[in-house]
Design a protein around this ligand. Structure first.
Ligand SMILES: [Zn+2]
Length: 140
């Protein structure tokens, strides 16, 4: 008969037997104090490794505007509360990111249109002339 495998609790250092079905990663006994202390240490370690995560999440929640799917598809840049962004990151940074976002949206839409036209067998020269004018107008 094999002896049951005991291991030592990483908190109280008392020997314990792993719970049935628990993985070999279980390092803490079943005592409530030890489980709480292990959780506290794990949270402290995580916060040390991710010191700004809470601030990032709160900032992201402030910046994201609720939009419908239709609104978002029409204008993805509107999904950001830019006035709030100016308050949080400053005017120059907010304007830079907003304008760059607009450029990216136009680029993505025009690229998709190009790919669709090519898939339909239409060359770039057969695209409507107003496409370029539309892009220029959107960037202004
Ligand atoms: Zn313990």
């Amino acid at each position: 008969m094999a002896f049951p495998k005991y291991t030592r609790c990483s908190i109280c250092n008392k020997p314990f037997r792993r719970s049935k079905g628990a993985s070999s990663k279980q390092r803490v006994c079943t005592a409530t104090e030890c489980k709480h202390e292990a959780h506290r240490r794990a949270c402290a370690k995580w916060r040390k490794e991710h010191p700004f995560r809470d601030r990032e999440v709160r900032l992201a929640k402030r910046l994201i505007r609720r939009t419908t799917l239709e609104e978002w598809l029409r204008d993805p840049v509107a999904a950001i509360d830019w006035a709030q962004a100016r308050d949080d990151v400053g005017l120059p940074t907010a304007v830079l990111v907003e304008e760059f976002s607009k450029v990216l949206v136009v680029w993505a839409r025009e690229t998709v249109r190009q790919l669709i036209a090519e898939a339909k067998g239409l060359g770039p020269k057969t695209l409507p002339v107003r496409t370029r004018e539309t892009v220029s107008a959107k960037l202004e």
